[in-house]
Write a protein that binds this ligand. Structure first.
Ligand SMILES: [Mg+2]
Length: 180
């Protein structure tokens, strides 16, 4: 009897990995995808691998935009992904900042805010994924540090075609190669 395959997960940072990082992006009309990003997410879906986002959103704590603004931005991301036959399984965000005006956001070194691993650990727990069966793709040292603290492999994204990078990581995660 074969046991069911273990769940496998790709954790994407958002700004600078999926959407171009113009600095505190939140206007849906300003959403600009990184080259290969939508195709990369679709490849993850097609491989039967979970695709989640873990994003620091201190712009909320800093008062640059609201959670509702961020949700509208995410809704537009998901709408465009869906239009291309792709999906994101969950989005985790950390709105905190130590200088936030609102009490609920004013937390220094919140466990969710990368480089802390809180969002990654929650994603793993909620989907029952072992750290060794996940990879975090990010464009900042804080992403790599959060991955390290979560026991997840961190892959630094330096602006190359994201689809190619994801295909290599999927092959490593699943032991299957995918035609480019
Ligand atoms: Mg980033």
């Amino acid at each position: 009897m074969s046991s069911p395959p273990r769940p496998v997960m790709v954790i994407f940072d958002r700004d600078g990995v999926l959407n171009v990082d113009h600095g505190y992006a939140f206007k849906p009309e300003e959403l600009e995808w990184v080259p290969g990003a939508k195709a990369a997410v679709k490849r993850v879906n097609e491989a039967g691998v979970l695709a989640v986002i873990a994003t620091n959103q201190s712009g909320i704590g800093r008062g640059y935009y609201t959670e509702a603004d961020m949700e509208a931005f995410h809704a537009e991301m998901l709408r465009q992904l869906t239009a291309g036959g792709a999906r994101i399984d969950a989005i985790y965000f950390a709105p905190h900042h130590e200088d936030a005006a609102e009490d609920r956001y004013r937390v220094a070194d919140h466990p969710d805010r990368k480089p802390n691993p809180g969002m990654l650990l929650r994603a793993l727990a909620e989907f029952g994924v072992a750290p060794g069966d996940a990879v975090m793709i990010g464009d900042k040292p804080s992403d790599m540090e959060a991955a390290r603290r979560a026991g997840v492999r961190g892959v630094f994204y330096a602006g190359e075609d994201l689809e190619g990078l994801v295909l290599r990581e999927l092959a490593a995660l699943t032991g299957t190669t995918f035609p480019e």
